[in-house]
Design a protein around this ligand. Structure first.
Ligand SMILES: [Zn+2]
Ligand SMILES: [Zn+2]
Length: 339
């Protein structure tokens, strides 16, 4: 199996498929994809801010002539690190699942920019935002550019002679999560259904949908997997994600049945087998969401409360010297190793 390495920038996957990768894949450092054929092109996701998106577009355009005029932009889901750069693409067609488009309109970029600007007034949640994003992303003056075409479950698109199937496998990571699958090329762009070498985070659920999405990619026999975050990978990363959720579901259920609180369960569950994965603080949100599922509640977790709790958990791991962080590949000025 080919290993792709993990450097910032463009990867040519062959057969007209490309990826733009941003190490180390932690909070905000997302990937995008480009598919080109017959003078046409389709972009999968933009990046968290305008400078990073412009650099990505320039990178594609240097190598792929068809990227000069991107005909179709697909946003996999509603998190800003996958669509805040939309205004720079000028794609006539912007496609997303209906649920994704609705969430984008509810949480405009200006809201996130304000949280980052006013982080000192937001308690521990603000500290968490600032640690993750402060000085790394410029979220000011981003326009809300939403999809002009939505679909429910599946949509098939043509790029030249290539077929790109969009499959909404959400709600899982968010309310609408799209996989962009090329059956002939056997390439899948997963959005945040796959975080390679990092803990996934459940902002919506149910987790069973996420496991189904993994099974779907395994059944397709995808050969190249471009994750929403982390290095280009293959079905091993998909199997690892499935395993993670099966393991966590069982472990949380046992503790739920024993009457433990979410915090007690998080402290009690062993995450040793995932000790090298980035962003372990996400287990706080994942167990919280599983507990809601066990109680038959379907409600998105409170973002501020969860952010504060993730900060506390991360600080605990740091104090115990077991917080993982990869070597810095960000190539920005502000890296202090505190990923
Ligand atoms: Zn993301
Ligand atoms: Zn996401």
């Amino acid at each position: 199996m080919k290993t792709w390495g993990f450097n910032k920038g463009l990867y040519d996957l062959g057969t007209g498929c490309y990826a733009w990768i941003q190490p180390d894949g932690t909070w905000g450092y997302s990937n995008s994809g480009l598919i080109a054929d017959g003078g046409e092109s389709l972009l999968v996701d933009t990046l968290y801010d305008l400078p990073k998106t412009q650099e990505m577009l320039d990178g594609y355009r240097k190598v792929v002539p068809a990227a000069q005029n991107i005909g179709t932009l697909v946003n996999t889901h509603s998190n800003g690190d996958h669509y805040f750069g939309n205004q720079l693409v000028h794609a006539p067609r912007i496609v997303a699942s209906r649920a994704c488009a609705e969430e984008m309109a509810q949480r405009p970029p200006s809201h996130r920019a304000q949280q980052l600007r006013d982080w000192r007034e937001l308690g521990d949640a603000g500290v968490f935002f600032h640690e993750n994003l402060g000085g790394k992303f410029d979220l000011e003056n981003i326009e809300l550019v939403v999809p002009n075409e939505v679909f429910e479950k599946t949509l098939s698109l043509q790029v030249g002679s290539k077929t790109v199937e969009l499959h909404n496998v959400g709600p899982a990571h968010t309310g609408g999560d799209t996989l962009a699958w090329l059956p002939k090329e056997k390439v899948v762009y997963t959005g945040d259904i796959i975080f390679a070498d990092a803990h996934p985070i459940v902002w919506d659920g149910p987790v069973s949908n996420w496991i189904k999405a993994c099974d779907q990619m395994i059944a397709w026999g995808a050969e190249i997997v471009v994750p929403g975050h982390g290095p280009i990978c293959d079905l091993d990363a998909v199997r690892a994600t499935k395993h993670y959720f099966e393991y966590l579901s069982l472990a949380a259920r046992k503790r739920f049945d024993a009457g433990m609180s979410v915090d007690e369960a998080v402290a009690d569950i062993s995450f040793d087998e995932f000790r090298d994965w980035l962003d372990p603080e996400r287990v706080v949100v994942n167990v919280h969401c599983l507990y809601h599922e066990f109680q038959g509640i379907h409600a998105a977790p409170d973002f501020m409360e969860m952010s504060a709790k993730m900060l506390h958990y991360r600080n605990k791991l740091k104090a115990a010297n077991v917080y993982p962080h990869s070597a810095c590949h960000h190539g920005h000025e502000h890296c202090d190793g505190q990923h």
